[in-house]
Structure formats: C-alpha cells, structure tokens
Design a protein around this ligand. Structure first.
Ligand code: AMP
Length: 497
C-alpha cells in the first residue's frame, strides 16, 4: 500500500482538523493539506515523473516539506530527502547518485545548489510552487510494500553516504511500531519538528498523519531550545524526536530559564549514545517525558525502544542497568547478537543483527555494500552490543570504534560514561591511537576543564586499570557531522602524522 493513503484517509476522517502549522500559524487543515499534496502530485505527473522516479527535497523543516513529501508519494514516485545542513556540493552528489529528476528547495538553499547541480529546482517559496499546489488533485497511485518510497542517505561518518532503499512496506511497519512500542498518538497531539525532517523526525510524520494530529514546524526551521519550549507551552501536548545533544541543550536552556517544559508530552531520543549523566539530569528536570529508540537508516527508528517507565521508574530494581540500555526489540523485528560462529548467548558482546519488516531490502545501486550488510535477510548493523536474559539490548560501540589494546577489546563508550561523571568533563570522545607496544592505546578527547591526574584517579575508581586513557587531549569542541554525531574518524586522523 502507498503510504500516501494515510493522508487521503485523514482528509476524510479529520478534514477540518488543523494539520500543518508554521510557528503560531495554522497553514492548512487536513482537507487543504491533502488537496495541496495531491495537486503537487498532479503537477509532477505533468512534468513526466513516473512511478518509481526519484524526486529530491533539499529543504529546512517547514509545512511545505510534508506537502511535497506526500505529493511525491501520491504520484507514485520516491522521495530523496537531503539534510538541509549539507554543503551544496554534497547535496549535488546525492542528486546525481539517486538520479533525482527534480528537487524542491527552500529559498536560501536553492541558490548555492543551482551552481552545483543542473537538476531542475522548484523553490517552495516561489510562485511556481504556489501554482503547483492549486491544480486538480491526483488520486493516490497504487504502490506495493516492496516499492521504493524514500531514499535515505546515511550520515556518512566514513566516506560517501550510501542510499538506503526505504520501501512503503518498511515505512508502514516502522510507523505502526511507534504507537505500540514508543508512545500512543492521538488527534490532539502535535508532532513538533525540532530535528531535521530529512531524518528520523520526518519518519515520525506518518503516524501523526494517520491519527490526524497537528504538525508543528518551528518558524526558525531548525532547533532553537527556547522556541521549542515556547511552542510546546502554547500548543501542547507536543511530541518530538531529538538527538542526545539536543536533549542536553534543551535541558541547559530550560534550567537557565527556570522552565520545566510545560506542554511537552514526549521526547523520543536516539540516533547516537545518550550518556547516563545527561538523561538523568533531563528526567530530573522535566519529569518522565523520555523514551529512547535505537535505529539506523537501514531499519529506520525501529530496532529497539526503552519505554518511558524504563527510563524514569527509579523504584525498579534494575532501573539503573536498563537506563544504560537501548531497551527491547520493537514489535516488528527480531534482534540477535552474532559472533564469528553464529548467534551468541545473553551477556556476550557481538554484532547486533536485525531481521523483520522494517529492514531494508538493500542499498541503492551498491551490491558490495549489500553483500557486507545483509546476510540471510539479517541486517548486520555494524554496532556491537549485548542482550540480557530479558531481551534488553545494550550498545557498546560501532564495531570500527572498538579499541583493541594488548589483544583485549575496550569499548570507548564505557570509558566515556566514566569520564562524564567527573564534574570537569563537559563532553568526551574516546578513540584508539596506534601503539607499537599494545596495537592500540586509549586516548580521551575532552571538552571541559580538569586535571589529567584527577581524571585518571576518577577512572580508576570506576573502570579497570587497563581501560583508562593513556592520554587526555583537551579541545574547544568535538568534531561533529551535520546530525551532531561525533566524528571519531576525524579524531583518529590526528594520529596520522
Ligand atoms: P543513522 O543511520 O545515521 O541513523 O545512524 C545509525 C547509528 O547511530 C546506529 O547504527 C548506532 O550506531 C547509532 N545509534 C542510533 N540510535 C542509538 C541509540 N539510541 N544509542 C546509541 N547509538 C545509537
């Protein structure tokens, strides 16, 4: 089934409900949202876009994002959302790799892109787009569960990004897991887009469309902590996805302003490691509003979830241990841990493997990567973790980040967690440095102000002696990619000279 059916149904069931909001302003109810998306679809077909063709979106978060996304689907085409923070040259590379025939752009992004790519652009703030939204509505073009809906380019912490083929069937499965495993959704909710819609936040739009909820796009088009607090207070109950670094920033801003996050119902966090010190502080300040998810583009947002109760229920005897996990498998997948000789029992670390309806059929035109990543329909995530007897999954690190020192595996995350409990450490990233004696040795890059000897003593209180850093390097900030993920590859490059 074409996911755009959910919009057509919402237009019938919830036609007069407010659907799209830009800051304070309601810009469309569900009838208008559907009518505009269906008109865009008709215009795309008139341009020669056929089912399966790719149409890109290089836009900041805005209500038009959803009009374009659903318009592309109604026409039976596949969307290629591109992170608005990418450089025009990187966006141009994605346009070329995906074979996109058109790209919808926010005004500020289009100018640079025009110099980098010849792909036909439509500016969503211009008269051409306005005209496109006024035409006759196209009925939803039939699509099957195997058909491509979204080409999702990975954040590419190493090398060129890869295009993950996300099908309509995957989106359906992942979306239906949300109310079951993450958080129930009702028509009175507002989905607030604080994180890029080209990534996980945008994937959460679908279930909110299905339920006839409001879609609240901050006027800034990005993440401003104060704005999120204001909008939530005005238009709550709001739910939103945030990367861990955003949760940190929201907590800092809310504390500084003495605001407790009125109107925020749920913050779903994930996409990178959430350090325990940060989530403890966030829950203490905002209350039990947090749910964690673990996913990757290859199984979007849908591998595991750590429930609100798991995050907040301090009375549970295993609360602390579970807080450090990413929860249990979501309903549509099986999760297993693999070693060189097959599946591993509870407690043993190995590669996290996932199988089920939200798992990708493969990367876009990349058979070598498919052969490495998909085995017997199991997705090899490249993440190392352990499962406990109750099915709670704890992530250690990406396999390529594990440090092997003197033949023993050291998981940087464990060292980072230990260092972060020191008051002088604001942020930290631990990597392996080549060592003639040990193979690799542990080095900590620290943002903060602390005496290395004190950090050493602090580590010795918490982790095994051999795991503690041999060296501390102090930086103003850690190198991060456009999704806020720390670029360990950049840190390791410092050892190359
Ligand atoms: P991406 O495909 O860009 O979304 O990146 C996915 C990767 O982010 C995963 O393979 C993990 O390494 C990491 N990741 C996602 N969710 C979490 C989480 N909840 N905790 C720790 N790491 C995560």
């Amino acid at each position: 089934m074409n996911m755009a059916e959910w919009l057509a149904r919402a237009a019938v069931e919830a036609g007069e409900r407010p659907a799209l909001m830009h800051g304070d302003e309601v810009v469309a109810d569900y009838t208008a949202f559907h009518a505009r998306a269906a008109a865009v679809a008709d215009a795309l077909v008139a341009e020669g876009i056929a089912p399966g063709d790719r149409v890109a979106i290089f836009m900041k978060n805005a209500p038009e994002y959803l009009i374009v996304l659903f318009g592309i689907w109604i026409a039976g085409a596949a969307a290629v959302p591109i992170n608005a923070k990418l450089h025009a040259r990187e966006a141009a590379w994605i346009l070329e790799n995906s074979g996109a025939q058109m790209v919808f752009v926010s005004p500020a992004l289009g100018l640079d892109l025009a110099g980098a790519s010849a792909v036909r652009q439509v500016d969503v703030a211009g008269p051409e787009f306005a005209q496109m939204t006024l035409g006759a509505p196209l009925p939803v073009v039939a699509r099957g569960p195997e058909d491509l809906a979204w080409l999702f380019y990975t954040s590419g912490t190493t090398g060129r990004p890869k295009g993950v083929c996300i099908t309509h069937g995957m989106l359906m499965a992942a979306s239906l897991c949300y109310p079951v495993d993450v958080d129930p959704v009702s028509a009175t909710d507002a989905a607030l887009y604080a994180a890029p819609m080209s990534h996980g936040a945008g994937l959460y739009a679908m279930i909110h469309v299905r339920m006839g909820a409001r879609h609240l796009c901050p006027a800034s088009g990005g993440f401003e902590a104060e704005e999120v607090l204001d909008l939530s207070e005005r238009f709550g109950p709001t739910s939103m996805f945030m990367a861990p670094t955003m949760v940190r920033r929201l907590t800092d801003a809310a504390k500084a302003a003495g605001r407790r996050g009125k109107g925020i119902r749920t913050i779903v966090y994930g996409g990178g490691p959430m350090y325990q010190a940060d989530i403890l502080e966030a829950v203490e300040w905002f209350g039990p509003k947090f749910v964690q998810i673990y996913g990757q583009g290859e199984c979007p947002m849908a591998i595991s979830a750590l429930s609100r109760a798991d995050v907040a229920d301090r009375d549970h005897p295993r609360w602390r241990e579970r807080l450090g996990s990413v929860g249990r498998a979501q309903s549509a997948v099986e999760v297993a841990i693999g070693g060189p000789d097959g599946f591993l029992p509870p407690g043993e670390p190995g590669e996290i493997m996932v199988k089920g309806a939200p798992v990708m059929p493969g990367y876009w035109q990349n058979p070598e990567a498919n052969a490495r990543t998909l085995r017997d329909r199991w997705l090899m995530t490249g993440d190392i973790g352990t499962l406990d007897e109750d099915g709670y999954l704890t992530l250690a690190d990406r396999s390529k980040d594990v440090i092997i020192s003197g033949g023993t595996n050291i998981y940087p995350r464990e060292v980072e967690e230990a260092l972060l409990t020191h008051s002088g450490v604001r942020e930290v990233s631990v990597v392996g440095r080549p060592s003639p004696e040990w193979g690799e040795e542990v080095v900590a890059f620290v943002v903060g102000d602390a005496d290395p000897a004190a950090l050493d003593a602090h580590c010795l209180e918490q982790i095994a002696r051999f795991k503690r850093p041999k060296d501390y390097v102090f930086l103003e900030e850690l190198p991060k990619n456009n999704y806020g993920k720390v670029l360990k590859t950049e840190l390791r490059k410092r050892f190359e000279t």
